[in-house]
Write a protein that binds this ligand. Sequence first.
Ligand code: CA
Length: 228
Amino acid sequence: MTEAPSKGLVLVVEDERPIADLVRMYLSRDGFGVHVEHDGTAGLAAARRVRPVACILDIALPGMEGTEIVRRMREDGDWTPVIFLTARDDEVDRIIGLEMGADDYVTKPFSPRELVTRVKALLRRAAGPQEGRVRTLGPVTLDPGRRQVTVDGRLLALTPTEFDLLGHLLGRPGRVFTREELLAGVWGYASHAGTRTVDVHVAQVRAKLGGAASLIRTVRGVGYTADA
Ligand code: CA
């Protein structure tokens, strides 16, 4: 079932119908078009067909898991922003372990209002102002205008969130950012959202940086910094 989008179409894949209905209601009320699927296989097909501006994916789904949907989307070169709905802490661990380029996650039970806020923050970032000078640190070059990052000339495929996180750190090399500062500065919402989101994304960016991963240094008990 698809409703006419005004702010763009969000794909929701969730097999628990009351949750899917609630998410649909809140997104529609906010002016988003919503396409809902209750099965992972149908969800991946919809992601390819309806060209959503963002996806909200449950992890445990019949047909195909939410994590597998994202893996296949990324394989196709589809970097549409994704928010996972997770039921348990070990699912968060899996998101980190798979380094699959999710942009955010919320843990059930969640506030639908909070979820809509995150979708909007995500879209703002993805379309966000692309200003600023080209930054180079060690082998890494970040070009805000083109939204491109290269390592020794090799182009990296980063999600909008990963790009903004790296841009934030490279903007002030040597400055130590707390997780709360990064949440506020990159995600645009306050620390109650859960600072583990930051750790998930740092892990993903490091994985993509490969040999240059040590550029992002963990400052124990504080947060993260970029230095060469
Ligand atoms: Ca489920």
